[in-house]
Write a protein that binds this ligand. Structure first.
Ligand SMILES: CC(C)(COP(=O)(O)OP(=O)(O)OC[C@H]1O[C@@H](n2cnc3c(N)ncnc32)[C@H](O)[C@@H]1OP(=O)(O)O)[C@@H](O)C(=O)NCCC(=O)NCCS
Length: 157
Protein backbone atom coordinates (compact mmCIF):
# COMPACT_ATOMS: atom_id res chain seq x y z
CA UNK A 1 0.00 0.00 0.00
CA UNK A 2 1.44 3.40 -0.92
CA UNK A 3 1.01 6.34 1.43
CA UNK A 4 -1.97 8.47 0.40
CA UNK A 5 -0.19 11.66 1.48
CA UNK A 6 2.45 11.04 -1.19
CA UNK A 7 -0.13 11.06 -3.98
CA UNK A 8 -1.36 14.36 -5.38
CA UNK A 9 -4.33 14.92 -7.67
CA UNK A 10 -3.73 17.86 -9.98
CA UNK A 11 -4.69 19.34 -13.33
CA UNK A 12 -2.15 18.32 -15.98
CA UNK A 13 -0.29 20.59 -18.37
CA UNK A 14 0.54 20.02 -22.01
CA UNK A 15 3.96 18.77 -20.86
CA UNK A 16 2.28 15.76 -19.22
CA UNK A 17 0.77 14.41 -22.45
CA UNK A 18 3.71 12.17 -23.47
CA UNK A 19 3.69 10.46 -20.07
CA UNK A 20 -0.11 10.11 -20.13
CA UNK A 21 0.06 8.47 -23.58
CA UNK A 22 2.68 5.96 -22.35
CA UNK A 23 0.61 5.13 -19.30
CA UNK A 24 -2.61 4.45 -21.22
CA UNK A 25 -1.04 2.58 -24.17
CA UNK A 26 -1.62 -0.99 -22.83
CA UNK A 27 -5.34 -0.26 -22.24
CA UNK A 28 -5.66 1.40 -25.66
CA UNK A 29 -3.98 -1.62 -27.30
CA UNK A 30 -6.42 -3.95 -25.51
CA UNK A 31 -9.38 -1.84 -26.64
CA UNK A 32 -10.37 -0.99 -23.05
CA UNK A 33 -9.85 2.75 -23.53
CA UNK A 34 -10.40 4.71 -26.73
CA UNK A 35 -7.26 6.19 -28.29
CA UNK A 36 -6.91 9.98 -28.15
CA UNK A 37 -4.12 11.51 -30.16
CA UNK A 38 -1.82 14.19 -28.74
CA UNK A 39 -3.81 17.03 -30.28
CA UNK A 40 -7.10 15.68 -28.90
CA UNK A 41 -5.53 15.41 -25.47
CA UNK A 42 -4.12 18.92 -25.79
CA UNK A 43 -7.47 20.39 -26.86
CA UNK A 44 -9.13 18.75 -23.86
CA UNK A 45 -6.29 19.16 -21.37
CA UNK A 46 -8.52 21.12 -18.97
CA UNK A 47 -10.86 18.12 -18.75
CA UNK A 48 -8.28 15.88 -17.07
CA UNK A 49 -7.04 15.16 -13.59
CA UNK A 50 -3.76 13.30 -13.07
CA UNK A 51 -2.56 11.40 -10.02
CA UNK A 52 1.15 11.87 -9.28
CA UNK A 53 3.31 9.80 -6.97
CA UNK A 54 6.83 11.16 -6.47
CA UNK A 55 6.21 13.35 -9.52
CA UNK A 56 5.42 10.32 -11.71
CA UNK A 57 1.96 10.12 -13.32
CA UNK A 58 0.29 6.96 -12.01
CA UNK A 59 -3.23 7.61 -13.26
CA UNK A 60 -5.52 9.97 -15.09
CA UNK A 61 -9.15 10.52 -15.95
CA UNK A 62 -11.23 13.06 -17.88
CA UNK A 63 -14.57 14.77 -17.41
CA UNK A 64 -16.25 15.50 -20.71
CA UNK A 65 -19.27 17.82 -20.65
CA UNK A 66 -22.05 16.75 -23.01
CA UNK A 67 -24.84 19.21 -22.22
CA UNK A 68 -26.11 21.67 -19.63
CA UNK A 69 -26.93 18.69 -17.41
CA UNK A 70 -24.79 15.75 -18.35
CA UNK A 71 -21.08 14.89 -18.28
CA UNK A 72 -19.05 11.75 -18.88
CA UNK A 73 -16.22 10.23 -16.87
CA UNK A 74 -13.86 8.84 -19.49
CA UNK A 75 -10.30 7.69 -20.18
CA UNK A 76 -9.99 6.43 -16.60
CA UNK A 77 -6.73 4.57 -16.04
CA UNK A 78 -4.42 3.70 -13.17
CA UNK A 79 -0.94 2.25 -13.68
CA UNK A 80 -1.15 -1.53 -13.08
CA UNK A 81 1.46 -1.40 -10.28
CA UNK A 82 -0.55 1.18 -8.33
CA UNK A 83 -4.06 -0.26 -8.57
CA UNK A 84 -6.23 -0.90 -5.46
CA UNK A 85 -4.76 2.11 -3.66
CA UNK A 86 -7.87 4.32 -4.08
CA UNK A 87 -6.22 6.27 -6.89
CA UNK A 88 -9.10 5.59 -9.30
CA UNK A 89 -11.64 6.46 -6.63
CA UNK A 90 -9.91 9.71 -5.67
CA UNK A 91 -9.69 10.85 -9.29
CA UNK A 92 -13.43 10.26 -9.71
CA UNK A 93 -14.13 12.20 -6.50
CA UNK A 94 -11.94 15.04 -7.80
CA UNK A 95 -13.92 15.17 -11.05
CA UNK A 96 -17.26 14.88 -9.29
CA UNK A 97 -16.31 17.89 -7.17
CA UNK A 98 -15.40 19.73 -10.37
CA UNK A 99 -18.78 18.73 -11.92
CA UNK A 100 -20.60 20.04 -8.86
CA UNK A 101 -18.84 23.39 -9.18
CA UNK A 102 -19.97 23.51 -12.82
CA UNK A 103 -23.56 22.62 -11.79
CA UNK A 104 -23.61 19.39 -13.79
CA UNK A 105 -26.63 17.24 -12.77
CA UNK A 106 -25.31 13.78 -13.50
CA UNK A 107 -22.22 11.98 -14.72
CA UNK A 108 -22.13 8.74 -16.67
CA UNK A 109 -19.46 6.24 -17.66
CA UNK A 110 -19.27 3.42 -20.17
CA UNK A 111 -17.12 0.72 -18.68
CA UNK A 112 -16.19 -2.93 -18.10
CA UNK A 113 -15.46 -2.07 -14.43
CA UNK A 114 -18.83 -2.94 -12.89
CA UNK A 115 -17.59 -3.47 -9.29
CA UNK A 116 -15.58 -0.27 -9.23
CA UNK A 117 -18.42 2.00 -10.36
CA UNK A 118 -20.93 0.26 -8.06
CA UNK A 119 -18.60 0.92 -5.10
CA UNK A 120 -18.64 4.60 -6.03
CA UNK A 121 -22.44 4.75 -5.95
CA UNK A 122 -23.10 4.72 -9.71
CA UNK A 123 -26.25 2.94 -10.96
CA UNK A 124 -26.52 0.86 -14.08
CA UNK A 125 -28.61 2.28 -16.93
CA UNK A 126 -29.60 1.11 -20.37
CA UNK A 127 -27.08 2.16 -23.01
CA UNK A 128 -29.93 3.47 -25.15
CA UNK A 129 -30.31 6.28 -22.60
CA UNK A 130 -26.88 7.68 -23.48
CA UNK A 131 -26.63 10.85 -25.56
CA UNK A 132 -26.46 10.29 -29.30
CA UNK A 133 -23.31 12.43 -29.63
CA UNK A 134 -21.47 9.78 -27.60
CA UNK A 135 -22.31 7.09 -30.13
CA UNK A 136 -21.40 9.11 -33.16
CA UNK A 137 -18.38 10.95 -31.91
CA UNK A 138 -16.79 8.20 -29.86
CA UNK A 139 -18.24 4.72 -30.09
CA UNK A 140 -17.67 4.44 -33.83
CA UNK A 141 -13.94 4.86 -33.13
CA UNK A 142 -13.95 1.76 -30.93
CA UNK A 143 -12.70 -1.50 -32.36
CA UNK A 144 -15.60 -3.36 -30.68
CA UNK A 145 -18.33 -1.14 -32.19
CA UNK A 146 -21.21 -2.04 -32.63
CA UNK A 147 -20.91 -5.20 -30.54
CA UNK A 148 -20.22 -3.40 -27.30
CA UNK A 149 -20.02 -5.26 -23.99
CA UNK A 150 -19.47 -2.14 -21.91
CA UNK A 151 -21.99 -1.27 -19.21
CA UNK A 152 -23.41 2.23 -18.78
CA UNK A 153 -23.42 3.74 -15.28
CA UNK A 154 -24.81 7.03 -14.08
CA UNK A 155 -24.66 9.05 -10.86
CA UNK A 156 -26.72 12.07 -9.88
CA UNK A 157 -24.52 14.61 -8.16
C1 LIG B 1 -10.71 0.66 -12.95
C2 LIG B 1 -9.43 1.22 -12.35
C3 LIG B 1 -9.26 2.66 -12.80
C4 LIG B 1 -9.59 1.18 -10.80
O1 LIG B 1 -8.54 1.92 -10.22
P1 LIG B 1 -7.97 1.60 -8.77
O2 LIG B 1 -7.14 2.75 -8.37
O3 LIG B 1 -7.35 0.26 -8.75
O4 LIG B 1 -9.32 1.53 -7.91
P2 LIG B 1 -9.50 1.99 -6.40
O5 LIG B 1 -8.39 1.45 -5.58
O6 LIG B 1 -9.73 3.44 -6.32
O7 LIG B 1 -10.86 1.22 -6.03
C5 LIG B 1 -11.93 1.82 -5.34
C6 LIG B 1 -12.85 0.72 -4.84
O8 LIG B 1 -13.28 -0.08 -5.94
C7 LIG B 1 -12.85 -1.44 -5.79
N1 LIG B 1 -12.42 -1.94 -7.11
C8 LIG B 1 -11.41 -1.49 -7.87
N2 LIG B 1 -11.34 -2.20 -9.02
C9 LIG B 1 -12.34 -3.11 -8.93
C10 LIG B 1 -12.77 -4.15 -9.79
N3 LIG B 1 -12.16 -4.38 -10.97
N4 LIG B 1 -13.82 -4.93 -9.40
C11 LIG B 1 -14.44 -4.71 -8.21
N5 LIG B 1 -14.07 -3.73 -7.34
C12 LIG B 1 -13.03 -2.95 -7.71
C13 LIG B 1 -11.68 -1.36 -4.82
O9 LIG B 1 -11.47 -2.57 -4.14
C14 LIG B 1 -12.12 -0.24 -3.91
O10 LIG B 1 -13.08 -0.75 -3.01
P3 LIG B 1 -12.92 -0.60 -1.40
O11 LIG B 1 -13.22 0.85 -1.12
O12 LIG B 1 -13.93 -1.52 -0.83
O13 LIG B 1 -11.52 -0.96 -1.10
C15 LIG B 1 -8.19 0.38 -12.73
O14 LIG B 1 -8.45 -0.97 -12.45
C16 LIG B 1 -7.81 0.49 -14.21
O15 LIG B 1 -7.06 1.38 -14.59
N6 LIG B 1 -8.31 -0.44 -15.05
C17 LIG B 1 -7.99 -0.46 -16.48
C18 LIG B 1 -8.65 0.67 -17.23
C19 LIG B 1 -10.17 0.65 -17.09
O16 LIG B 1 -10.83 -0.37 -17.13
N7 LIG B 1 -10.72 1.86 -16.97
C20 LIG B 1 -12.14 2.08 -16.85
C21 LIG B 1 -12.64 2.70 -18.08
S1 LIG B 1 -14.13 3.61 -17.73
Amino acid sequence: MIKQENIVYVKPTLLDIDEMQKLVKPEVDEGIILPRNDDEMATNIRAYVVAKFNNKIIGFCALHIFSKKLAEIRSLVVDKSYRRNKVGQNMILFLIEESQKLCVNSVFALTYQKGFFEKLGFSMINKSELPEQKIWADCIKCKYFPVCKEIAFIKQI
